[in-house]
Design a protein around this ligand. Structure first.
Ligand code: 2P0
Length: 347
């Protein structure tokens, strides 16, 4: 019987505090602006992926949460082609290696959280896929180099190759070779950061991120101002706030950037809506608490869906979690804690 080679890995979710929204190249997933995110603990949200290769396999297959998905889509194909090419160059250099680059792949991936509900499932998914195959192929490439491949699967996936605080530098080159993720700081550099995830709805979002961001980039007059003026400055100040452990600045910018991201969505034609009434209640509540305290106790952020992520410092956890329980008792299924993860995904 033909031998089956396999490798398994997990990859974490990351939640952007400076949002990626807009592509300058849809094929290579090159963004119109740089972005910043925080990687969450894999105890709470993660994708677990196994990749296997064998001479006996007759076609590439991918199962996501038990359902067979296409591997012929441009994104998955791009990742597989790049990884196979890297493996091929290893095999060319050392002919004693088994020719895994010529074998079909079977990939099995499971999320422990709702898929496509604005909880960055594609980020963890493609990061895990790339890492699992890179491990299977015993590739020597660094996380930064692998992030360029994961980016082609889903833009935000490049940031899930690192733990802690991560920047996706947009780069300038047309071939995307300088558009990759880098770590700004590890979890232990700012260890008292906490995140709470409020699952407002686990339904699949109505407008995919890819469609939504293209609509915005094509039609929103505010968008140009955002990518040319606002984000470059915010990128510098937010990076510094992370290095300085300055939660006041970090929190203010996180909330401002979530609000501007949803503003450019609303400024699109047709407008794109991701938040709902519960999301807006969360914003009002956090704004009131911060206002009463005279400081940023918690910072909210919303991605392409209604679910809220709150960032706060460990010392304020009793206030934040107590407040949520008191003010939003009906919010079902919210996970009350996700510590920031430092761990680079296994492998
Ligand atoms: C982000 N989002 O920075 C932003 C904020 C959603 C809102 O990255 O088309 O799934 O696969 O590159 O990465 C969601 O977009 O989009 C996203 P593609 P992706 O996290």
């Amino acid at each position: 019987m033909a031998k089956i080679y396999s490798a398994s890995t997990t990859a974490p979710v990351n939640i952007a505090t400076l949002k990626y929204w807009g592509k300058r190249d849809t094929k290579l997933n090159l963004p119109t602006n740089s972005s910043i995110s925080v990687t969450l603990s894999q105890d709470d949200l993660r994708t677990f992926t196994t990749a296997a290769a064998s001479e006996a396999f007759t076609k590439d297959t991918l199962w996501l949460n038990g359902t067979e998905e296409s591997v012929t889509g441009a994104r998955t194909s791009a990742c597989l082609a790049e990884l196979r090419a890297l493996r091929k160059s290893l095999e060319d250099a050392d002919p004693s290696l088994p020719p895994l680059s010529t074998y079909k792949l079977h990939i099995v991936s499971e999320n422990n959280f709702p898929t496509a509900a604005g909880l960055a499932s594609s980020a963890a998914g493609f990061a895990a896929l790339v890492r699992a195959i890179a491990d299977l192929y015993e590739l020597p490439q660094s996380a930064e180099e692998l992030s360029r491949i994961a980016r082609q699967g889903s833009g935000s996936a490049c940031r899930s190759l690192f733990g802690g605080y991560v920047a996706w530098e947009m780069g300038e080159k047309e071939d995307g070779s300088d558009s990759r993720a880098v770590q700004i700081a590890t979890e232990t550099d700012w260890p008292d950061m906490r995140a709470a995830i409020l699952v407002v709805s686990a339904k699949k979002k109505e407008t995919s991120s890819t469609t939504g961001m293209q609509t915005t980039a094509k039609t929103s007059p505010l968008f140009k101002h955002r990518v040319e003026v606002v984000v470059p400055e915010r990128f510098k100040v937010m990076s510094k706030s992370i290095l300085d452990k300055d939660f006041e600045t970090f929190g203010q910018l996180t909330m401002a950037d979530s609000n501007q991201f949803h503003a450019v969505c609303l400024d699109s034609s047709p407008p794109v809506f991701y938040m709902n009434d519960v999301s807006r209640n969360v914003i009002s509540l956090i704004e009131k608490v911060n206002n009463l305290a005279g400081r940023v106790v918690a910072a909210y952020t919303f991605d392409a869906g209604p679910n809220a992520v709150l960032y706060y410092l460990e010392k304020d956890e009793p206030i934040v979690l107590g407040l949520l329980k008191a003010a939003l008792p009906d919010l079902d299924g919210w996970q009350n804690k996700a510590t920031v993860s430092a761990a680079v995904p296994d492998g």
